[in-house]
Structures are given as C-alpha cells and as structure tokens.
Design a protein around this ligand. Structure first.
Ligand code: ADP
Ligand code: MG
Length: 676
C-alpha cells in the first residue's frame, strides 16, 4: 500500500488489517438487479444497463460531461459536473455500462446526476449480494476500500472458529454467529439476507458485532478499575475528630442519602488503594457538605485535600461556605483562584507547600504549575463534566509522595443506568436521591416572547416583594461577541424598564474580581435583578432568589435548563422559572421544552435527554475518556449490555488470552486514555 493511501486511511482510523475488518458498511446498495430504463422511477435509486449512444463535454450552462445510455426500453441521460478522463474513456460510444443512482426528471428527459459508473465486460454477471457502502474520506474510493477490506477479511475468514473469544455457548444463548461469520455476512451479505434487518442493524451478524463492542468496552473499563485498585494510596480511616465537630455545629442534619454517601466515601478513604467515586446528586441535593466531610477525614489524618470547581464564582462560593462551616471547627482553608492578587496567591501557595494548611479550594488555578500539595491525599472535582480528562489527571498528579490521591467527582447531571453501566463502569457511584427537607417545588411557566412585557412585570412584583430574580440571556453558539452584546442590551433594557430596581450584569468576559463583586452584591441583596449569561449555570446558591427567567429557552440543552432552574427554589419562598421561547420551534426544541415543563426530577430529565440527543453527545465522550460506541447503541441494544458485562467478568477471571484478542482487535494501542 502506498504511503499516501496509508495516510488517508489513517485519517479514518484505519491502520491495521483488524481495523479494516471492523470497518463496517454504512448501508448497502442493491446492484443484484437491473431495472429497464423505461421502468426506473424518478425519486428512486436504480441500476440500469445499456449502451452508450453519445458522450460529450458541454460548456453550457457549465462545463459537464453528458452521456446518453440506451437499453431496449428507453434512453437515459447521465450527467457529471466533475469528471475524470478515465470516465470519459469508459463512456466511449458503443460500450456497455451500468449506472447506479437516483433517477430524476430533467430537461432532457429522465436523468441521473453523478451515477456510479461501471463499464461492463462481455459476459459479466451481476453481483449476487448487496453492495456495501463504507464510510470513507476524500481520496479513498469505495472500490479501493472494498478491495482492501476483502483482502483483510481473508485473514479473518481462515481464523479458526474455535479461537473465537466469545464462547460458543454464549453465542448460542444470545443467538449470535461467530466473529468470522458475522463480519463476512456484513461485508458480503448473502443474496437472501433480509435487507431490512441489515439496514436497521438488527441482523444477528450486527448484534454479534455490537455485543462484542460492548464487551470490549466493559473489559477496558474493568481493567482500568482493577489497575487502579492495584495502586497505593494513603489510608485515611475515619477518626471522627473533625467530622463529628462539623456535624455538631451544622444548622441542619444530613439527609438519609447524604449519610449513605458519607459512609461509602468514608469506607473508600480508609482503604489503601485510591478511591474513584462519582457522587451524583440532583441540583440542590447537598453535595458540598458531603465533600466537606470527606476533606475533613483527610485532614483528621494529617493529609491534604483539594476541591476544584469549574468557575471563579463557584470556587469562591465553595470557599466561603467551607470557611464558614470550618471556622468553628478550627480548620483553615487556602483559596486559590486566578482572580486573587499575586501576593495573596503566593502566600497561600507557601502555606500549602509547607503543609501549614491542609485544605484548599480553587479553580483551575489549583492545577497550575507552581502549586504543590505535598500531602495531597484527596482530590474533589465539582461539576466534573466541565473538566477535561487532562485537567482531572493534572489534579491527581499534584500529590508528591508517589502516592495517588483518592478522587471524588461530583456531578449534578444524573446518568441513566445504562450509561452508568457502559461509560462509568470504572467508577464507584454514590447517589443523593433525596433533597433536603423544606424545599418548595419550583413552578415552571412557558411564555412566548410576545409576552416579554408581562414577564418584566413579574420580575418587578417579585423584587418589590423582597425577592430576587435572575434573567438569563440567550445562548448564541455562533458568536461569543454577539452573546455578550445581547447580555449588555438586555441589561440596558431591563435597567430602563425597572427604574425602581437595582439591576446587575454578569458575564464571562468580566474580570474575575468584577465577576466576584457582581455576585457578592447579588448575594448580599444589594442587587435585585441579575442579568447573566450562562456563567451562573452551575452551583450558584442564593436562597433569596425565587424567580428565574430564561430567554430563548428553546436554544438551551435540557441539562442546562435543569441546572439553571435549580438556581431558584433554594429558600422557603415559592419559586417560579419562566421559560421564554421564540417561534418557530424546532422539533427538538419543542421536545426539550415539553420535558423541562413536565418534569422536575433530574433523573427523569436525563433519561429524556438521552432519548432526544442520543448517548454520544450526552456524556461527551472526549471528556469522559471513554471511546464512543461505533456500532452499539445504548437505546437499541440495552439487552446486550448486561450479558456483555457478565461475560467481561468471566473472561477477566478465566481467559486472559481471549481478553487480549478482543482488546487487540478493537483497541489496537488506544487503551491509554481510558486510564484517566
Ligand atoms: P448541590 O448538590 O447542588 O451542590 P449544595 O451542596 O449547594 O447542593 O446544597 C444546596 C443547599 O442545601 C445549600 O445551601 C446547603 O447548605 C443546603 N443543605 C445541604 N444539605 C442539607 C440538609 N441535609 N438539610 C438542609 N439543607 C441542606
Ligand atoms: Mg454544587
């Protein structure tokens, strides 16, 4: 193979024979039959065969290659706007050709634009099977791919079926063919194969491949899990000296769910291998106190713990909350954020480095170079989905004494069970499935943007009654500048329309201290209305705010809407979330608004979100470090996940050879990222 071709193939991740074998068709075309030209109907794909009666390059209306092809029933025009000399040669008058493409009515009669062209040799029969169409990249034609794949398949076809890593008994139970049979059936479907089951990927051969893909995913996640458990970490048994002191002076008791999570984390921290736990809890379920107790358990043992949050606002809020909780307990906290003055930061760094302070809260500033936490034993990442794999790794590397810190990741984006099983199988999960008592449910209103004035009136009423309101400006994906402009415009409009209220503005372009000042003024009640971009999406906690207005709500994702809505309903006053939408609504936009209107439970919303968006986008594969599933789908193949998980455990325990074969076949050398 030439190096240029190899380079192009590498672009679509085709490096080895195994990759070609697993490069499965997107769809199939039926070239097993010929349609008489007179019978081919506009709007449908067909294959016709005939003799070239004319072929010319015309220049008007633009340069194109026009050929007329006739069979006994009629004549058809074939037209190419881009063409090669080789095509012209194949279309010499008098030659027999097959054309495959969609027929449409044209100026010169029925025509095909850019049909697939195949010169027919004398005596050449029709293919007996459906023709595969492969995903490809510029410069690699279907014919080339087919040839390469067929060659690769030979190496598999001779593979001894007895060496199939999936045991025959499992195949039989699930009704799946062996691997070699499956890939051959998909690349070269039998003439009598059911086209519908190939198309919708329910054919047993497809199910075999999808099962194997899920199996490999389970294997790699379990291996990452086991590898982690083989590493050492500081054992931090619960001494209850500091944690009990904190619990005694808290103004509230923990919910049952919080107690359960605290217990699970405490047990993990006591072990001598690193914890890797996800604490999942809906917006407002009280994850922060759980994190604080875990951090104190590290401190009780004389070790350091760090909490990293994705935004300045959130980090500062955590810092204030933890400082208030911990001051009576006599535990000091360092605060590191990009917004602090250099001198202050350096002082904090010195204290951390010397081990004078055990707890740290901060933004990405925590993982920047000069930060050293010599006794780091616990790293907590809040809103973990907002960080990339690399950032989480960097925090893990901050420890100094060759030990890995325990990791606690927190997320308010609940993960449906199937996703948790497939994408987070290397994590242990604690769930806060209970909200603290005394919350009043949030009412959600959908309002067309024609009624914006009314909404402004509601903001006035709420604020004059002593409450506070957020006004969230639309997401403008194409342009950050435009988004900023909209926020500024909205701020001016609202300031003008509500002269009796103090209106503030917060957005991502403000300097950290400006952001902090605006936020502090809102927390203190000096501002009554806060106009904001989505910077307030995560974590912000102002219990007196009871009205949330979201403009162009149809543009937001479900998780985002749920997060934003969760900014209210934190106090005792009845809270309202007004979603302003603009017509016309896209089908998805309408579906999202319906879900958020009808549901408040984050788990239900996440399930619906998965439904609307599909799992790939949902977890953000790049972020999670888990490769996207290429073939299996978490919606359609749920029934295969549990058997895949079970077989993964059996194979890991009993058949290392099969495990290696599977990993090599599917992953090549790409397992590295998973270790994150
Ligand atoms: P989230 O899970 O969204 O991060 P927080 O940790 O910010 O939630 O908690 C939300 C609010 O609930 C905070 O003001 C917190 O102090 C309060 N809170 C947490 N746990 C309880 C509890 N068990 N009882 C009453 N209030 C609680
Ligand atoms: Mg939080």
């Amino acid at each position: 193979m030439g190096s240029q071709l190899a380079g192009q193939l590498a672009k679509i991740d085709l490096h080895r024979q195994e990759d070609l074998v697993l490069h499965l068709p997107l769809r199939y075309e039926d070239e097993t039959r010929l349609t008489p030209i007179a019978v081919a109907r506009p709007g449908f794909s067909a294959q016709v065969e005939g003799e070239v009666v004319s072929c010319e390059v015309t220049l008007r209306p633009r340069r194109q290659l026009l050929a007329r092809v006739s069979d006994a029933s009629g004549t058809l025009v074939a037209r190419w706007l881009n063409f090669y000399p080789s095509q012209q040669k194949q279309l010499a008058v008098g030659r027999r050709v097959r054309l495959f493409g969609e027929v449409r009515g044209g100026f010169f009669g029925d025509e095909m634009v850019h049909p697939r062209l195949h010169a027919v040799e004398p005596g050449e029969g029709l293919p007996e099977a459906l023709t595969p169409v492969y995903p490809t990249t510029a410069g690699v034609g279907q014919a080339t791919l087919r040839k390469l794949i067929d060659r690769a398949l030979q190496s598999v076809a001779v593979d001894d079926p007895r060496s199939d890593p999936v045991p025959p008994a499992v195949c039989a139970r699930l009704g799946l063919p062996g691997f070699a049979d499956a890939v051959c059936a998909l690349h070269h479907p039998a003439p009598d194969a059911d086209p519908a089951s190939l198309e919708n990927r329910e054919h047993p051969a497809w199910r075999r491949i999808k099962f194997e893909e899920l199996l490999v995913q389970q294997l790699s996640l379990r291996r990452a899990y086991n590898a982690r458990r083989a590493k050492g970490a500081a054992s931090l048994p619960a001494r209850s000296t500091l944690t009990r002191a904190l619990l005694e002076q808290l103004p509230f008791g923990l919910t049952g769910a919080q107690q359960r999570a605290v217990g699970e984390i405490a047990a993990d921290l006591a072990a001598a291998h690193p914890m890797q736990r996800l604490l999942q809890g809906d917006v407002g379920s009280g994850k922060t106190i759980v994190a604080a107790l875990a951090m104190l358990q590290a401190a009780e043992n004389g070790f350091q713990a760090a909490l990293m949050a994705p935004t300045e606002i959130l980090a500062e809020q955590h810092y204030r909350k933890l400082a208030a909780w911990l001051a009576p307990v006599g535990v000091d906290i360092a605060w590191l954020s990009g917004g602090r003055k250099k001198r202050e930061r350096e002082a904090e760094l010195g204290r951390l480095q010397r081990g004078e302070v055990l707890l740290a809260v901060g933004t990405h500033a925590l993982i920047e170079d000069p930060v050293v936490l010599p006794r780091l034993a616990l790293a907590v990442v809040d809103e973990q989905h907002r960080f990339g794999v690399r950032q989480r790794l960097a925090l893990r590397e901050k420890g100094q004494e060759g030990r890995r810190p325990h990791m606690l990741m927190m997320s308010a984006t609940p993960i449906p069970r199937t996703l948790a099983m497939t994408h987070y199988a290397d994590l242990d999960v604690s769930v806060l499935d209970e909200l603290p008592p005394g919350r009043t449910p949030i009412r959600t209103r959908l309002v067309s943007d024609a009624r914006r004035e009314e909404v402004i009136g509601r903001v006035r009423d709420a604020c004059l009654a002593g409450r506070q309101a957020y006004w969230v400006c639309p997401l403008i994906e194409e342009s950050e500048a435009l988004q900023l402009q909209t926020a500024v415009d909205t701020f001016e409009t609202l300031s003008g329309a509500l002269p009796e209220l103090r209106v503030g503005l917060i957005h991502g372009r403000l300097k950290p201290d400006e952001k902090a000042a605006a936020m502090a003024a809102f927390v203190a009640g000096e501002l009554q209305v806060l106009v904001a971009t989505t910077v307030i999406e995560v974590g912000v906690d102002v219990p007196n705010a009871s009205l949330m207005v979201i403009e162009h709500a149809e543009r937001f994702g479900l998780a985002q809407l749920h997060q934003l809505r969760g900014r209210v309903g934190r106090g005792t006053a009845e809270s309202v979330c007004i979603l302003i939408y603009a017509q016309p609504l896209s089908e998805n936009g309408r579906a999202r608004l319906k879900v958020i209107y009808e549901n408040t439970d984050g788990f239900v919303i996440a399930r619906e979100d998965l439904h609307i968006r599909g799992p790939g986008e949902f977890v953000g594969a790049r972020q999670s470090g888990v490769p996207l599933l290429r073939y299996a789908s978490l919606e359609n193949d749920v029934d295969l996940i549990e058997p895949a998980r079970a077989l993964a455990e059996t194979l890991l325990a009993t058949d290392p050879v099969a495990v290696e074969r599977l990993m090599a076949r599917w992953m090549g050398g790409r397992e590295g990222l998973l270790r994150a």
